[in-house]
Design a protein around this ligand. Structure first.
Ligand SMILES: Cc1cc2nc3c(=O)[nH]c(=O)nc-3n(C[C@H](O)[C@H](O)[C@H](O)COP(=O)(O)OP(=O)(O)OC[C@H]3O[C@@H](n4cnc5c(N)ncnc54)[C@H](O)[C@@H]3O)c2cc1C
Length: 383
Protein backbone atom coordinates (compact mmCIF):
# COMPACT_ATOMS: atom_id res chain seq x y z
CA UNK A 1 0.00 0.00 0.00
CA UNK A 2 2.88 2.37 0.75
CA UNK A 3 5.28 1.98 -2.10
CA UNK A 4 7.77 4.83 -1.83
CA UNK A 5 8.32 6.80 -5.02
CA UNK A 6 11.80 7.21 -6.47
CA UNK A 7 12.49 10.55 -4.80
CA UNK A 8 11.36 9.21 -1.40
CA UNK A 9 13.60 6.15 -1.79
CA UNK A 10 16.52 8.44 -2.60
CA UNK A 11 15.83 10.67 0.40
CA UNK A 12 15.62 7.63 2.69
CA UNK A 13 18.89 6.26 1.35
CA UNK A 14 20.61 9.64 1.54
CA UNK A 15 19.51 10.05 5.18
CA UNK A 16 20.77 6.56 6.01
CA UNK A 17 24.11 7.12 4.26
CA UNK A 18 24.54 10.45 6.04
CA UNK A 19 23.79 8.89 9.43
CA UNK A 20 26.12 5.95 8.80
CA UNK A 21 28.90 8.31 7.81
CA UNK A 22 28.46 10.92 10.53
CA UNK A 23 27.05 9.21 13.63
CA UNK A 24 29.64 7.57 15.81
CA UNK A 25 28.66 5.51 18.83
CA UNK A 26 31.59 6.67 20.98
CA UNK A 27 31.00 10.31 20.08
CA UNK A 28 27.29 9.98 20.90
CA UNK A 29 28.10 8.62 24.35
CA UNK A 30 30.63 11.40 24.91
CA UNK A 31 28.13 14.11 23.96
CA UNK A 32 25.44 12.52 26.14
CA UNK A 33 27.80 12.46 29.10
CA UNK A 34 28.93 16.06 28.57
CA UNK A 35 25.35 17.15 27.77
CA UNK A 36 26.45 18.72 24.51
CA UNK A 37 24.52 19.08 21.28
CA UNK A 38 26.11 17.74 18.04
CA UNK A 39 26.49 21.22 16.53
CA UNK A 40 28.72 20.31 13.60
CA UNK A 41 26.67 17.27 12.53
CA UNK A 42 23.48 19.33 12.77
CA UNK A 43 25.01 22.06 10.58
CA UNK A 44 26.08 19.45 8.01
CA UNK A 45 22.60 17.89 8.08
CA UNK A 46 21.10 21.33 7.45
CA UNK A 47 23.52 22.06 4.60
CA UNK A 48 22.43 18.81 2.95
CA UNK A 49 18.73 19.70 3.28
CA UNK A 50 17.76 17.22 6.00
CA UNK A 51 16.44 19.95 8.33
CA UNK A 52 13.15 21.57 7.33
CA UNK A 53 12.61 19.46 4.21
CA UNK A 54 8.85 19.98 4.70
CA UNK A 55 9.14 23.78 4.49
CA UNK A 56 8.83 25.98 1.43
CA UNK A 57 11.86 26.51 -0.80
CA UNK A 58 11.57 30.28 -0.40
CA UNK A 59 12.45 29.77 3.29
CA UNK A 60 15.36 27.46 2.39
CA UNK A 61 13.22 24.36 2.92
CA UNK A 62 13.00 21.33 0.66
CA UNK A 63 9.46 22.02 -0.59
CA UNK A 64 8.44 18.46 0.29
CA UNK A 65 6.16 17.06 2.97
CA UNK A 66 5.94 15.61 6.45
CA UNK A 67 6.26 12.20 4.79
CA UNK A 68 9.81 13.02 3.67
CA UNK A 69 10.63 14.58 7.07
CA UNK A 70 9.38 11.35 8.66
CA UNK A 71 11.62 9.22 6.41
CA UNK A 72 14.64 11.25 7.54
CA UNK A 73 13.67 10.93 11.23
CA UNK A 74 13.19 7.18 10.77
CA UNK A 75 16.58 6.60 9.13
CA UNK A 76 18.52 8.85 11.53
CA UNK A 77 16.99 7.10 14.57
CA UNK A 78 17.52 3.65 13.06
CA UNK A 79 21.26 4.30 12.85
CA UNK A 80 21.48 6.06 16.23
CA UNK A 81 18.39 6.74 18.37
CA UNK A 82 20.01 9.50 20.45
CA UNK A 83 21.65 11.40 17.63
CA UNK A 84 18.54 10.98 15.48
CA UNK A 85 16.22 12.27 18.18
CA UNK A 86 18.41 15.33 18.84
CA UNK A 87 18.69 16.29 15.16
CA UNK A 88 15.00 15.86 14.42
CA UNK A 89 13.72 17.46 17.63
CA UNK A 90 15.76 20.66 17.63
CA UNK A 91 13.35 22.50 15.38
CA UNK A 92 10.21 21.64 17.40
CA UNK A 93 7.91 24.63 17.37
CA UNK A 94 9.08 25.96 13.99
CA UNK A 95 5.97 24.22 12.56
CA UNK A 96 3.88 26.82 14.42
CA UNK A 97 5.76 29.68 12.79
CA UNK A 98 5.57 28.07 9.35
CA UNK A 99 1.86 27.27 9.52
CA UNK A 100 0.48 30.27 11.41
CA UNK A 101 2.87 33.24 11.59
CA UNK A 102 2.89 36.18 9.19
CA UNK A 103 5.35 36.32 6.30
CA UNK A 104 7.84 38.59 8.06
CA UNK A 105 8.29 36.11 10.92
CA UNK A 106 8.57 33.20 8.51
CA UNK A 107 11.18 34.99 6.41
CA UNK A 108 13.18 35.94 9.49
CA UNK A 109 13.11 32.60 11.30
CA UNK A 110 12.22 29.59 9.12
CA UNK A 111 15.18 30.07 6.79
CA UNK A 112 17.52 30.17 9.78
CA UNK A 113 16.10 26.86 11.04
CA UNK A 114 16.53 25.19 7.64
CA UNK A 115 20.06 26.56 7.25
CA UNK A 116 21.16 25.34 10.69
CA UNK A 117 21.69 28.84 12.08
CA UNK A 118 18.98 28.68 14.74
CA UNK A 119 17.22 26.07 16.84
CA UNK A 120 13.71 26.25 18.22
CA UNK A 121 12.20 24.91 21.44
CA UNK A 122 8.66 24.72 22.77
CA UNK A 123 7.80 26.26 26.13
CA UNK A 124 4.32 24.89 26.82
CA UNK A 125 4.33 22.87 30.07
CA UNK A 126 4.30 24.44 33.54
CA UNK A 127 5.03 22.82 36.89
CA UNK A 128 1.30 22.60 37.70
CA UNK A 129 0.07 22.09 34.13
CA UNK A 130 1.40 19.27 31.99
CA UNK A 131 -1.22 17.30 30.08
CA UNK A 132 -3.82 20.01 30.80
CA UNK A 133 -2.32 22.89 28.83
CA UNK A 134 -5.65 24.73 28.71
CA UNK A 135 -5.08 25.78 32.36
CA UNK A 136 -1.61 27.35 32.05
CA UNK A 137 -0.79 30.57 33.91
CA UNK A 138 1.87 32.23 31.75
CA UNK A 139 0.28 35.46 30.52
CA UNK A 140 0.67 37.70 27.53
CA UNK A 141 -0.77 41.22 27.55
CA UNK A 142 -0.54 44.09 25.11
CA UNK A 143 1.32 47.04 26.61
CA UNK A 144 1.57 50.09 24.41
CA UNK A 145 2.79 48.62 21.12
CA UNK A 146 4.44 45.53 22.55
CA UNK A 147 3.57 42.16 24.08
CA UNK A 148 4.49 41.62 27.72
CA UNK A 149 5.02 38.02 28.86
CA UNK A 150 5.19 36.73 32.43
CA UNK A 151 5.31 33.15 33.65
CA UNK A 152 7.38 30.07 34.29
CA UNK A 153 7.68 27.01 32.05
CA UNK A 154 9.25 23.69 32.95
CA UNK A 155 10.95 20.80 31.16
CA UNK A 156 11.79 23.19 28.30
CA UNK A 157 14.21 21.19 26.17
CA UNK A 158 17.11 22.52 24.10
CA UNK A 159 17.99 25.63 26.03
CA UNK A 160 21.17 27.59 25.49
CA UNK A 161 21.29 27.41 21.70
CA UNK A 162 20.89 30.42 19.42
CA UNK A 163 17.25 30.57 18.37
CA UNK A 164 13.80 31.05 19.80
CA UNK A 165 11.07 29.62 22.00
CA UNK A 166 7.44 29.18 21.05
CA UNK A 167 5.77 30.12 24.33
CA UNK A 168 2.21 29.08 25.08
CA UNK A 169 0.47 31.95 26.89
CA UNK A 170 -2.90 32.93 28.26
CA UNK A 171 -4.32 36.10 26.66
CA UNK A 172 -6.75 38.76 27.88
CA UNK A 173 -9.83 37.27 26.19
CA UNK A 174 -11.48 36.66 29.58
CA UNK A 175 -15.03 36.14 28.26
CA UNK A 176 -14.11 33.09 26.29
CA UNK A 177 -13.48 29.51 27.32
CA UNK A 178 -9.98 28.79 28.67
CA UNK A 179 -9.20 27.05 25.40
CA UNK A 180 -9.87 30.22 23.38
CA UNK A 181 -7.65 32.28 25.68
CA UNK A 182 -4.44 30.68 24.48
CA UNK A 183 -1.88 32.07 22.09
CA UNK A 184 1.60 31.07 20.96
CA UNK A 185 4.26 33.77 21.00
CA UNK A 186 7.74 33.70 19.46
CA UNK A 187 10.42 34.84 21.91
CA UNK A 188 14.09 34.96 20.96
CA UNK A 189 16.24 33.05 23.41
CA UNK A 190 18.71 35.86 24.04
CA UNK A 191 16.12 38.14 25.70
CA UNK A 192 17.68 39.50 28.88
CA UNK A 193 14.49 38.97 30.91
CA UNK A 194 14.56 35.20 30.48
CA UNK A 195 16.01 33.25 33.42
CA UNK A 196 17.03 29.60 33.19
CA UNK A 197 17.34 26.95 35.89
CA UNK A 198 18.98 23.81 34.49
CA UNK A 199 16.99 20.64 35.33
CA UNK A 200 20.13 18.48 35.26
CA UNK A 201 20.71 15.03 33.82
CA UNK A 202 17.75 13.07 32.41
CA UNK A 203 17.05 9.38 31.68
CA UNK A 204 17.88 10.14 28.02
CA UNK A 205 18.16 13.03 25.53
CA UNK A 206 20.95 14.71 27.48
CA UNK A 207 22.43 16.26 24.33
CA UNK A 208 19.56 18.71 24.71
CA UNK A 209 19.50 20.34 28.12
CA UNK A 210 16.12 20.78 29.79
CA UNK A 211 15.32 23.60 32.18
CA UNK A 212 12.79 25.65 34.05
CA UNK A 213 12.51 28.88 32.07
CA UNK A 214 11.13 32.08 33.65
CA UNK A 215 9.81 34.90 31.52
CA UNK A 216 9.88 38.04 33.66
CA UNK A 217 8.38 41.09 31.95
CA UNK A 218 9.67 39.86 28.61
CA UNK A 219 8.78 42.33 25.85
CA UNK A 220 8.45 41.34 22.19
CA UNK A 221 6.87 43.04 19.16
CA UNK A 222 3.11 42.46 18.72
CA UNK A 223 3.90 40.82 15.40
CA UNK A 224 5.58 37.95 17.30
CA UNK A 225 2.20 36.45 18.05
CA UNK A 226 2.04 33.22 16.07
CA UNK A 227 -1.34 32.97 14.41
CA UNK A 228 -4.63 34.45 15.47
CA UNK A 229 -5.24 35.47 19.07
CA UNK A 230 -7.88 33.20 20.57
CA UNK A 231 -7.08 30.40 18.15
CA UNK A 232 -4.06 29.18 20.09
CA UNK A 233 -5.58 25.94 21.35
CA UNK A 234 -6.85 24.96 17.93
CA UNK A 235 -3.46 25.77 16.40
CA UNK A 236 -1.67 23.92 19.16
CA UNK A 237 -3.58 20.75 18.30
CA UNK A 238 -2.60 21.15 14.65
CA UNK A 239 1.12 21.47 15.29
CA UNK A 240 0.98 18.64 17.82
CA UNK A 241 -0.24 16.49 14.91
CA UNK A 242 2.95 17.24 12.98
CA UNK A 243 5.12 16.63 16.04
CA UNK A 244 3.35 13.33 16.71
CA UNK A 245 3.94 12.08 13.15
CA UNK A 246 7.64 12.86 13.49
CA UNK A 247 7.68 11.15 16.91
CA UNK A 248 6.05 8.06 15.38
CA UNK A 249 8.72 8.08 12.65
CA UNK A 250 11.55 8.50 15.17
CA UNK A 251 10.30 5.49 17.11
CA UNK A 252 9.73 3.45 13.97
CA UNK A 253 13.45 3.99 13.35
CA UNK A 254 14.32 3.14 16.96
CA UNK A 255 12.26 -0.08 16.72
CA UNK A 256 13.91 -1.07 13.44
CA UNK A 257 17.36 -0.18 14.82
CA UNK A 258 16.84 -2.38 17.90
CA UNK A 259 15.63 -5.22 15.65
CA UNK A 260 18.65 -4.84 13.30
CA UNK A 261 21.06 -5.08 16.22
CA UNK A 262 19.23 -8.08 17.67
CA UNK A 263 19.31 -10.01 14.38
CA UNK A 264 23.05 -9.32 14.04
CA UNK A 265 23.74 -10.38 17.63
CA UNK A 266 21.86 -13.70 17.56
CA UNK A 267 23.85 -14.81 14.51
CA UNK A 268 27.12 -14.25 16.40
CA UNK A 269 26.38 -15.28 19.96
CA UNK A 270 26.74 -18.95 20.83
CA UNK A 271 25.36 -20.84 23.81
CA UNK A 272 25.23 -24.63 24.24
CA UNK A 273 27.53 -24.87 21.18
CA UNK A 274 24.94 -23.29 18.89
CA UNK A 275 24.24 -19.85 17.57
CA UNK A 276 21.37 -18.54 19.67
CA UNK A 277 19.50 -17.72 16.43
CA UNK A 278 18.76 -21.46 16.25
CA UNK A 279 16.62 -21.46 19.39
CA UNK A 280 12.93 -21.40 18.63
CA UNK A 281 12.17 -18.93 21.41
CA UNK A 282 14.64 -16.46 19.88
CA UNK A 283 13.08 -16.90 16.43
CA UNK A 284 9.64 -16.20 17.88
CA UNK A 285 10.88 -13.08 19.62
CA UNK A 286 12.35 -11.82 16.34
CA UNK A 287 9.09 -12.64 14.53
CA UNK A 288 7.08 -10.59 17.02
CA UNK A 289 9.52 -7.70 16.87
CA UNK A 290 9.50 -7.64 13.04
CA UNK A 291 5.69 -7.76 12.97
CA UNK A 292 5.47 -4.80 15.34
CA UNK A 293 7.91 -2.83 13.16
CA UNK A 294 5.81 -3.54 10.08
CA UNK A 295 2.56 -2.45 11.77
CA UNK A 296 4.20 0.72 13.11
CA UNK A 297 5.51 1.50 9.62
CA UNK A 298 2.13 1.08 7.93
CA UNK A 299 0.25 3.32 10.32
CA UNK A 300 3.00 5.96 10.49
CA UNK A 301 3.31 6.20 6.71
CA UNK A 302 -0.47 6.36 6.36
CA UNK A 303 -0.78 9.18 8.92
CA UNK A 304 2.05 11.14 7.24
CA UNK A 305 0.72 10.63 3.75
CA UNK A 306 -2.82 11.75 4.70
CA UNK A 307 -1.36 14.82 6.41
CA UNK A 308 0.43 15.83 3.21
CA UNK A 309 -2.69 15.43 1.10
CA UNK A 310 -4.71 17.64 3.47
CA UNK A 311 -6.76 14.69 4.69
CA UNK A 312 -5.15 14.82 8.10
CA UNK A 313 -6.89 12.58 10.62
CA UNK A 314 -6.16 13.49 14.25
CA UNK A 315 -7.29 10.15 15.68
CA UNK A 316 -5.20 8.21 13.17
CA UNK A 317 -2.16 10.37 14.00
CA UNK A 318 -2.67 9.57 17.70
CA UNK A 319 -2.97 5.87 16.83
CA UNK A 320 0.30 6.09 14.89
CA UNK A 321 2.05 7.88 17.73
CA UNK A 322 0.74 5.41 20.30
CA UNK A 323 1.47 2.31 18.17
CA UNK A 324 4.96 3.27 17.04
CA UNK A 325 6.20 4.53 20.40
CA UNK A 326 4.88 1.43 22.23
CA UNK A 327 6.41 -0.84 19.57
CA UNK A 328 9.78 0.87 20.06
CA UNK A 329 9.65 0.54 23.87
CA UNK A 330 8.69 -3.15 23.64
CA UNK A 331 11.18 -4.00 20.89
CA UNK A 332 14.08 -2.23 22.60
CA UNK A 333 13.12 -3.98 25.86
CA UNK A 334 13.12 -7.34 24.07
CA UNK A 335 16.46 -6.47 22.42
CA UNK A 336 18.02 -5.95 25.87
CA UNK A 337 16.68 -9.38 26.84
CA UNK A 338 18.13 -11.00 23.69
CA UNK A 339 21.53 -9.41 24.32
CA UNK A 340 21.47 -10.80 27.88
CA UNK A 341 23.81 -9.09 30.37
CA UNK A 342 25.60 -7.31 27.56
CA UNK A 343 22.30 -5.62 26.64
CA UNK A 344 22.43 -3.73 29.90
CA UNK A 345 25.82 -2.21 29.04
CA UNK A 346 26.15 1.13 27.26
CA UNK A 347 28.41 -0.48 24.66
CA UNK A 348 25.48 -2.59 23.36
CA UNK A 349 23.45 0.51 22.30
CA UNK A 350 20.11 -1.21 22.83
CA UNK A 351 19.78 0.09 26.40
CA UNK A 352 20.06 3.60 24.95
CA UNK A 353 17.46 2.78 22.28
CA UNK A 354 15.13 1.72 25.11
CA UNK A 355 15.63 4.98 27.04
CA UNK A 356 15.09 7.10 23.91
CA UNK A 357 11.94 5.14 23.02
CA UNK A 358 10.53 5.75 26.50
CA UNK A 359 11.12 9.47 26.17
CA UNK A 360 9.31 9.50 22.84
CA UNK A 361 6.36 7.73 24.40
CA UNK A 362 6.02 10.54 26.96
CA UNK A 363 6.51 13.55 24.71
CA UNK A 364 3.69 15.33 22.87
CA UNK A 365 1.09 13.47 24.89
CA UNK A 366 1.62 10.09 26.50
CA UNK A 367 -0.39 6.94 25.84
CA UNK A 368 -3.34 8.10 28.00
CA UNK A 369 -3.53 11.43 26.17
CA UNK A 370 -3.61 9.66 22.78
CA UNK A 371 -6.25 7.21 24.03
CA UNK A 372 -8.40 10.19 25.07
CA UNK A 373 -8.23 11.62 21.54
CA UNK A 374 -8.88 8.28 19.82
CA UNK A 375 -11.71 7.28 22.19
CA UNK A 376 -13.45 10.62 21.73
CA UNK A 377 -13.23 10.39 17.93
CA UNK A 378 -14.47 6.80 17.76
CA UNK A 379 -17.35 7.25 20.22
CA UNK A 380 -18.48 10.61 18.82
CA UNK A 381 -21.30 12.58 20.44
CA UNK A 382 -23.00 11.09 23.47
CA UNK A 383 -26.64 12.21 23.77
C1 LIG B 1 12.51 14.70 28.68
C2 LIG B 1 11.32 15.63 28.61
C3 LIG B 1 11.37 16.71 27.76
C4 LIG B 1 10.29 17.60 27.70
N1 LIG B 1 10.38 18.69 26.89
C5 LIG B 1 9.41 19.63 26.92
C6 LIG B 1 9.53 20.82 26.16
O1 LIG B 1 10.52 21.04 25.42
N2 LIG B 1 8.55 21.75 26.26
C7 LIG B 1 7.44 21.56 27.04
O2 LIG B 1 6.58 22.42 27.06
N3 LIG B 1 7.30 20.43 27.78
C8 LIG B 1 8.25 19.46 27.73
N4 LIG B 1 8.13 18.32 28.48
C9 LIG B 1 6.97 18.18 29.36
C10 LIG B 1 6.00 17.14 28.89
O3 LIG B 1 5.27 17.63 27.80
C11 LIG B 1 5.10 16.85 30.10
O4 LIG B 1 5.89 16.09 31.00
C12 LIG B 1 3.87 16.11 29.72
O5 LIG B 1 3.00 16.97 29.05
C13 LIG B 1 3.15 15.54 30.95
O6 LIG B 1 2.97 16.52 31.90
P1 LIG B 1 3.28 16.26 33.44
O7 LIG B 1 4.65 15.68 33.49
O8 LIG B 1 3.03 17.50 34.20
O9 LIG B 1 2.26 15.14 33.88
P2 LIG B 1 0.75 15.35 34.41
O10 LIG B 1 0.00 16.24 33.48
O11 LIG B 1 0.81 15.75 35.83
O12 LIG B 1 0.20 13.88 34.30
C14 LIG B 1 0.60 12.85 35.22
C15 LIG B 1 -0.10 11.57 34.88
O13 LIG B 1 -1.52 11.75 34.98
C16 LIG B 1 -2.13 11.33 33.78
N5 LIG B 1 -3.30 12.19 33.49
C17 LIG B 1 -3.34 13.53 33.43
N6 LIG B 1 -4.56 13.95 33.10
C18 LIG B 1 -5.32 12.84 32.91
C19 LIG B 1 -6.67 12.60 32.53
N7 LIG B 1 -7.51 13.60 32.24
N8 LIG B 1 -7.09 11.33 32.44
C20 LIG B 1 -6.26 10.31 32.70
N9 LIG B 1 -4.97 10.46 33.07
C21 LIG B 1 -4.51 11.71 33.17
C22 LIG B 1 -1.08 11.51 32.71
O14 LIG B 1 -1.33 10.69 31.59
C23 LIG B 1 0.18 11.11 33.44
O15 LIG B 1 0.34 9.71 33.40
C24 LIG B 1 9.16 17.39 28.52
C25 LIG B 1 9.11 16.27 29.36
C26 LIG B 1 10.17 15.40 29.41
C27 LIG B 1 10.10 14.21 30.33
Amino acid sequence: MFELNRSQKEIKKAARDFAKGEFDKTFTLELEEKRKFPDKIWKKAADLGFIGIQFDEKYSGGDLGIFEAALIAEEFCRIDSTMGMALTLCSSGSEAVYRFADNDLKEKFIAKICEGDMRCAIAFSEAEHGVDLSSINTSVVVEKDELLINGKKNHVTDIGAKGFYIVLCKTELTNDSPEKNLAMVLVEKDNKNIFIKDSGEKFSLNMMKSAEVSFQNVKVPISNIVGKEGKGFHQLKKIFNEMKIITAAQTLGIAQGALDRSVKYIKQREQFNRKIANFQIIKHKIADMATKVELAKLITYKAASLFDTNKSDTALISMAKMTATRAAVEIADEAIQIFGGYGYMKESEVERFFRDAKMAELKFGNRAAQQDIIGKAVIGKIK
